[in-house]
Design a protein around this ligand. Structure first.
Ligand SMILES: NC(=O)c1ccc[n+]([C@@H]2O[C@H](COP(=O)([O-])OP(=O)(O)OC[C@H]3O[C@@H](n4cnc5c(N)ncnc54)[C@H](OP(=O)(O)O)[C@@H]3O)[C@@H](O)[C@H]2O)c1
Length: 340
């Protein structure tokens, strides 16, 4: 029986790593040892977790000796080097980057949707891209009841989805605009303050951005349905936290609004906003720091047979990253597939 676990948080100084540590403050996960890791740049800084001041260390292969769970939240390039070292030393890696998501031996997991996939891990479990997670959380209960024929999604993605340097860039541009006009962008291809940018990652030969391809491929892998038809347009907007998505669905059979509402309402980790009350539909500003995926504006899409339209909002740093990662660890412990 696992009594407590030894954890390494790689990228502890980044946006996802910091959110992960905030979640740990009130999470029941029993921890024997917690190691905070980052690059050489932040080695030596101190971060307070559960009342203790912990020193951040530079990540080396030896950092993973004796570790049960390595939560890795760094770029795909860095993770490609660190994750195999962690696995070699017996740690189970839960990786936030895109490096392993589509690899055949790596489960890509949203616990509420395909939690049992953790059982076939070979040392690495990947979390999906943040825009994929909230989409699939909304698709899953509907698709299970009435198979989807086609999904169209347009995203409105917050700046925090691109990391702490991107958030800094938005802040600086907002300040600079007040005094001296636009500055030269560094993280994004165009200025992000007071703008929207229809490009997240490089374009492929068909003109799809990396983010769009991730949504398409990852959704198929998580839903175990390689044939589901999906098209995506991903857009960066000058919102700090929470991604929003406009989703149009076409089902095999008719799907009424009330039926959809009921199916979504019964999905764990998802809340429906039904047009009444103080927040009649989900909006990013008011939902940052929350755990659920929120769905509103549920309505028929009359442009196709059996069509439905939705609006989906979720905190990209929580369910889109850190929370999903910790839920995967819980799933692993509950299913007893952590090899101690
Ligand atoms: N942001 C999101 O909403 C989101 C959602 C889902 C998935 N993800 C994925 O999660 C990962 C982290 O994203 P983020 O937004 O947290 O990025 P971030 O804010 O830029 O943080 C990056 C982290 O990586 C660390 N790092 C950089 N080089 C390193 C090295 N050589 N060894 C060890 N640590 C190193 C940084 O440490 P220093 O402080 O020392 O530089 C920092 O802690 C990315 O792969 C991203 O795609 C992000």
């Amino acid at each position: 029986m696992v009594t407590g676990v030894d954890i390494a948080v790689v990228g502890a100084t980044g946006l996802v790593g910091q959110e992960f540590l905030r979640i740990l403050e009130h999470h029941p996960l029993r921890i024997n040892r917690l190691k905070l890791l980052a690059s050489k740049r932040s080695a030596g800084t101190n971060i307070k977790v559960r009342g203790c001041s912990l020193r951040v260390e530079e990540t080396t292969p030896e950092s993973f000796d004796g570790i049960d769970f390595a939560f890795i939240s760094v770029s795909g390039e860095v993770s490609s080097q660190l994750a195999p070292e962690a696995v070699k030393r017996g740690a189970l890696v839960i990786d936030d980057s895109a490096a392993f998501r589509m690899k055949p031996g790596v489960p890509l997991v949203i616990p509420e949707v395909n939690g049992s996939d953790v059982e076939w891990h070979e040392g690495i479990i990947a979390i999906p891209n943040c825009s994929t997670t909230q989409l699939v959380m909304a698709l899953y209960p509907l698709h299970r009841a009435n198979p989807l024929k086609r999904v169209l999604v347009s995203t409105y993605q917050s700046v925090s989805g691109a990391g702490k340097a991107a958030l800094d860039e938005l802040r600086i541009q907002r300040e600079e605009m007040k005094v001296k006009g636009p500055s030269i962008p560094a993280v994004f291809p165009f200025r992000i303050a007071s703008n929207v940018i229809p490009q997240i990652g490089d374009f492929d030969t068909y003109g799809y951005s990396e983010e769009e391809s991730k949504i398409i491929e990852e959704t198929r892998k998580i839903l175990h349905d390689p044939d589901i038809k999906i098209s995506a347009t991903c857009v960066r907007v000058p919102v700090t936290i929470c991604h929003s998505e406009s989703v149009n669905l076409e089902f095999t059979d008719p799907m009424g609004v009330r039926k959809a509402h009921m199916l979504l309402d019964n999905m764990p980790g998802l809340k429906v906003m039904d047009g009444s009350g103080l927040m009649p539909y989900p909006v990013p500003w008011d939902l940052q720091g929350t755990d659920d995926v929120y769905v509103g504006r549920i309505r028929r899409d009359f442009s196709v047979e059996n069509g439905l339209a939705l609006w989906v909002v979720s905190d990209n740093l929580r369910k889109g990253a850190a929370l999903n990662a910790i839920q995967i660890a819980e799933e692993v412990l509950n299913r007893r597939v952590l090899k101690k």
